[in-house]
Design a protein around this ligand. Structure first.
Ligand SMILES: [Zn+2]
Length: 122
């Protein structure tokens, strides 16, 4: 079971207590009525959603109820750290990132299975 650290409760708790709320550090324009349609679209819909390290907003929905931020690797689904809302993005060390990297690409033993799945073969 995936455990997530709530920075307010100071505990590692089951993921079922939490809810992901999308990308963190999205700044709401202060002049919303005056911004262009393109700027509104960027604010409202466009997210980095990149493969790798992501900064996300989470909520301890079935606990303290508070929002916080997390740094997670989108491929390995491992959390690097969590931190309180309104705190700046933490600077990460190479060691912290390396610790959550997914396992090395498939081994020769299972490579053909993956290749067949991609090609649509059974
Ligand atoms: Zn909490």
């Amino acid at each position: 079971m995936l455990l997530i650290h709530c920075p307010y409760c100071e505990k590692d708790l089951p993921e079922t207590e939490f809810h992901g709320e999308g990308e963190a550090h999205i700044e709401r324009p202060t002049n919303m009525a005056d911004i262009s349609d393109e700027a509104f679209e960027k604010f409202f819909f466009i997210r980095e959603n990149q493969k790798g390290v992501l900064f996300e907003r989470w909520r301890h929905l079935h606990g303290c109820g508070r929002f916080f931020n997390a740094v997670r690797h989108s491929v390995s689904d491992k959390f690097i750290k969590t931190y309180k809302a309104r705190q700046e993005k933490p600077k990460l060390t190479k060691k912290e990132i390396d610790a959550v990297l997914p396992p090395a690409k498939s081994t020769p033993a299972n490579e053909p299975i993956y290749a067949d799945a991609v090609k649509g073969k059974k």
